[in-house]
Design a protein around this ligand. Sequence first.
Ligand code: AHM
Ligand code: MG
Length: 338
Amino acid sequence: MTTERNQTLGEFIIDKQEDFMYSSGEFTRLINSLRLAAKVVSHQVNQAGLVDIVGAFGKENVQGEQQQKLDVYANEVFIKTLVNREIVCGIASEEEDDFIAIQGKKGNNENKYVVLMDPLDGSSNIDVNVSVGTIFSIYRRVTPIGTPVTQEDFLQKGANQVAAGYIVYGSSTMLVYTTGNGVNGFTLNPAIGTFYLSHPNMKIKEDGNIYSINEGNYVHFPQGVKDYIKYCQAEEGERPYTSRYIGSLVSDIHRNILKGGIYIYPTSTKAPKGKLRLLYECNPIAYIIEQAGGKASDGYSRIMDIEPTELHQRVPFFCGSKNMVEKAEEFMSQYPAK
Ligand code: AHM
Ligand code: MG
C-alpha cells in the first residue's frame, strides 16, 4: 500500500546519495530524470486506446522487429529527458542502431555515466492491454571524461553496472531499481504523480513453484531445457510447478521476484543465440535478480560475467530463484554448449 506515510522515491534517492561511493549529485539527477520519463511514458501507456498511440509505427528497428508507436514514443521520451538535462554522456537503446554520444552545449560533456535501455519491452502486448515495461542499465564510462564516448563505454560486462532498474506499466506503475545495496520498489500514485516506496528490500525466494517459458517453442529447444521442463511437470514433492508466461519480460520477472520462480528464454533452432539482448535486457535484470538473492545465467555460467562483443548481442537467459536456476543448469550441463 502506498500511503502518505511511505517515503517517496525523491526522498529515498536523496537519503541514499550519501551511501553512494562517488556521490556528486550527478547520479541522483540521473535517477531523477529516469523517474520523470517513467511518469510521462506511464501516462501515455494508460491512454492506449484513447489516443492514436497503439499499433505499428510502420518501420523496423535494426534487429528487424516491427516498431510500435509506443516503442518510438518511449524511446524519444527517455532520450530527450536525458539529453536535454545533459545528465549522461551516452545512451544505447534497443530502438537505436548505434549508441548516441551526447555532446554538452559547450561542445564537451563532463558527465561520467552511460545509460543502456530497452525503452518499452514487450510492446506487442500494448494493443491487448497487457503490461509492458522499461529496462535500464547504468555504467560509469571507461574512456576519459570530456572526450566523446566510444563503443568501449557500452560494451562492459554486467558486473560493472552501477545501477539497474525496470519500470512495469501494469495494474499500477512500479519502478524497481538497485544500486548494489539491495532492491527497492516504488509504486506510482497517478493522482499526484509521485512514486512511493511500496516494496522495500525485495527478495526472491530460493525455491519457487513457477516456471516461465514459451513452451510453444518446445520442439526447437535444446535437450537440457526440454528435460528441465519435464522435471517441472513431474509429480514429486512440490512439483508439478505452475506455468506462467505473459510474454512481457518485465512483468514475468516482476511476478517471479514477488512469488518465486524461474524465467527461461533459451536458444532454439529458430533463435540459435536466444532472443533477449544481453546489454539492456539480461544484464540489468540479472543485477536486480542477484541483488534480490536470485541467480541469472546463460544456462552454464553467470550472465554478468559475459564480455560483450556487440551492442545488440543476444544471449540465452535463465533467471530467478537460486535453486531453480541451479537445477536448470544441472540439466543443461548434461549437454555441454557447442
Ligand atoms: P521485444 O524487446 O521485441 O519486446 O521482445 C522481448 C520480449 C520479452 O518481453 C518477452 O519475454 C519475449 O520477448 C517474448 O518472446 P516470445 O514471444 O518469443 O515468447
Ligand atoms: Mg525488448
